[in-house]
Design a binder for this molecule. Structure first.
Ligand SMILES: Nc1nc2c(ncn2[C@@H]2O[C@H](COP(=O)(O)OP(=O)(O)OP(=O)(O)O)[C@@H](O)[C@H]2O)c(=O)[nH]1
Length: 454
């Protein structure tokens, strides 16, 4: 298991459970060790207390050789709950009296006992041996005096040993009980800790996982993300609220930005196709529309005409009243032309005072009529600027689109040449330049007599 690859949930579990499990195990081990020690020590102390009581009490019986006295002493000793057997030996290790099933002690072992009890353990048994000391008690002395002489411990000699065996099984049972109850408490404690740790880890990892999912969705381009706000902790709850607020703000900003981009794109597209002064379609659109018209005339027989319009004496307005006046005049002329057109006609501004008019779906004579009316309207228009009145005209060169052309620029060149001819012939007139002059059409080369005096 590589800790660096653990998920947040498992890391939190580890952080919560590992110290608790280690601590609980250590405490349990300590409690068990100390409990076992206490039980062993208590048993030893109990054995020592019994032999310490028995040894001086057996002094008289050993000296006097009164085995009945010793027997009654041992009977009293074995009446104790833990004592399973007891015995008295003389100084040579000869058994003087015994009660219960006593294990036989080696005389060397007895001789090693000089200054107090020594323990000896065997399975299910703890043996305690203590020397019986005598300070030269007279057999005829009072028993009380003998006790007092024994109590002084001055110049005493070992005259025998008392041997007591204690049953360790109750103590072992108590130890087992302590062990199992400790393990039980440990298991329950760890289980409760695990349940709490899992709930705590979930309360952190789940909101974090929701946040991670939300961030991932946003990174993937889904800006309308809203995560459920279920966190119970104050900080995570604030984080969830903050994320949603932030996501809403980003989404809103994105929408606003997108709308601005759309507006800017639309404006750019409009500007790329329109003349900024008059608002009419520009030269690029004109070329495109002319090509469409040429294709339509070839494929569907949808004939029409192109009128190249160049204003007459426009420069005078500029020179006399300035460019602002010239601009205003251009806008008014553009409006005037637009008002006189049919729905299917297209008017574009293709130069300073030059306009191109595409008439769709009309015969040569209809086209000539429209062009003449337009010329007349322009020449009849009086432009007033700061108290001064200007009257301009328009020279119009017309080329008919009859399905015989493949190149739109040919038509434009033709119309331009016709316009030039109109200028040359005195301005303010319409000249039509068919590529192949029509028979009997006097206006095709000459144009009408529509010149207006300057
Ligand atoms: N005010 C204004 N003038 C412009 C604009 N674009 C071009 N012009 C001017 O329009 C004039 C066009 O020149 P011309 O066509 O030679 O002058 P004109 O007086 O119309 O002469 P003819 O066409 O021979 O009758 C020039 O003086 C240009 O500076 C514009 O956008 N605004």
């Amino acid at each position: 298991m590589n800790p660096s690859r653990l998920s947040l949930h498992n890391r939190l579990l580890l952080v919560a459970l590992l110290p608790a499990a280690l601590l609980a195990t250590l405490v349990t081990a300590l409690v068990l060790y100390r409990g076992a020690q206490t039980l062993d020590r208590t048993l030893h102390e109990r054995g020592n207390a019994i032999v310490s009581f028995l040894a001086p009490a057996a002094e008289y019986g050993v000296i006097s050789g009164n085995r009945a006295t010793l027997q009654s002493l041992l009977q009293a000793a074995t009446a104790q709950r833990e004592v399973s057997a007891a015995a008295v030996y003389d100084d040579r290790g000869t058994l003087l009296a015994s009660r219960g099933r006593i294990s036989v002690l080696e005389p060397e072992m007895l001789r090693r006992v000089q200054d107090g009890a020594i323990p000896h353990t065997a399975p299910e048994m703890l043996a305690v041996v203590a020397p019986i000391k005598s300070g030269g008690i007279n057999i005829d002395d009072e028993l009380v005096d003998g006790w007092q002489a024994g109590a002084t411990q001055q110049g005493m000699r070992t005259i025998g040993w008392v041997h007591v065996e204690l049953d360790t099984r109750p103590s072992s049972r108590e130890k087992s009980l302590i062990i199992w109850s400790s393990f039980g408490i440990l298991a329950v404690g760890l289980l409760l800790t695990a349940v709490i740790a899992v709930r705590l880890a979930r309360s952190v990892s789940r909101p974090v996982a929701r946040l991670v999912r939300g961030v991932g969705q946003m990174a993937g381009g889904a800006l309308d993300v809203e995560i459920p706000e279920h966190a119970t902790s104050q900080e995570l709850s604030a984080l969830e609220r903050g994320f949603n607020t932030m996501a809403r703000a980003i989404s809103e900003n994105h929408r606003t930005l997108q709308s601005r981009i759309d507006d800017a794109t639309a404006l750019l597209a409009y500007q790329a196709q329109h003349d900024p002064l008059t608002g009419l379609p520009n030269r690029r659109v004109f070329e495109q529309k002319l090509e469409e018209c040429v294709v339509a005339s070839r494929r569907a027989g949808d004939h029409g005409a192109l009128c190249f319009i160049d204003l007459d004496r426009f420069k005078i307005v500029n020179d006399t009243c300035g460019h602002a006046a010239g601009d205003d005049l251009l806008m008014r002329i553009a409006l005037l032309i637009q008002q006189r057109l049919r729905d299917q006609d297209i008017i574009c501004r293709i130069g300073g005072d030059e306009f191109a008019l595409i008439l769709r779906g009309c015969s040569p004579s209809d086209a000539m009529t429209i062009a003449e009316e337009l010329r007349d309207s322009i020449s009849s228009f009086d432009f007033e600027w700061q108290g001064r009145i200007f009257s301009i005209g328009a020279s119009i060169g017309m080329a008919y689109i009859d399905g015989t052309h493949t190149d739109p620029s040919e038509i434009l060149i033709t119309a331009d040449a016709a316009c030039y001819e109109a200028k040359r012939n005195g301005r303010n007139r319409v000249v039509r330049y068919p590529l192949e002059p029509e028979r009997g059409d006097s206006t095709a080369l000459e144009g009408p007599d529509n010149e207006k005096a300057d």
